[in-house]
Design a protein around this ligand. Structure first.
Ligand code: HQG
Length: 170
């Protein structure tokens, strides 16, 4: 589901709209081709029980999307623009630090740099890789310098990039 709703909708025979939504029935059919018997109840359970609230329906449940982490170029979710707290955190790997401190945080294969509201959440993001580290981002300064911040439906902070001068190691 993550692959289809975030990166390669074609693997499940889907197209996404510009807000990232796929047709719910088409998604169920696409997933059921690989996982026989997959049905609307299974999808409801995933949407409801996913700890990170990765997926959400539209109002009448005819459409479904991933809340963030899209690499599909034509998806352009109208995220809520929001004033950030004075600092946010970014979990990454020690391996990337020289490059990050040189050119800043870039979205890489995603559309946005992902930031967390607390250190623990950022550490868990970093832990997906070897040698996790947490960086602190001076959002107060970034915001006053004109950078925009957004928040996804599942409360992940997003921004287009973070120049190195706003980043500190913890
Ligand atoms: C790093 C998960 C070198 C960046 C998480 C990160 C998140 C650089 C990696 C969401 C760099 C990109 C996204 C630079 C950034 N040089 N490396 N200049 N700038 N990087 O997976 O933030 O579980 O695309 O530090 O919880 O790790 O899938 O981004 O390590 O919210 O719902 O390049 O994915 O959510 O990796 O994770 P990713 P991310 P889900």
């Amino acid at each position: 589901m993550s692959l289809a709703l975030r990166h390669h909708p074609e693997v499940a025979g889907l197209t996404l709209d510009s807000e990232g939504y796929a047709d719910t029935a088409e998604l169920i059919n696409g997933v059921a081709k690989r996982f026989h018997g997959f049905n609307a109840d299974d999808l409801d359970r995933i949407v409801r029980e996913n700890k990170k609230h990765r997926y959400s329906y539209n109002e009448d449940k005819t459409k479904i999307r991933a809340a963030q982490v899209h690499s599909v170029l034509y998806v352009n979710i109208n995220f809520e623009k929001k004033t950030p707290p004075s600092v946010l955190y970014h979990g990454t790997s020690e391996t990337f630090i020289p490059s990050i401190m040189n050119v800043g945080l870039k979205p890489m294969t995603q559309q946005y740099v992902h930031l967390s509201a607390d250190e623990e959440t950022a550490y868990n993001v970093g832990k997906r890789r070897r040698e996790p580290v947490v960086l602190l981002v001076d959002c107060e300064k970034m915001h006053s310098d004109g950078y925009e911040f957004y928040i996804s439906e599942n409360r992940v902070w997003l921004t287009k990039e973070v120049p190195a001068k706003y980043i500190k190691s913890l």
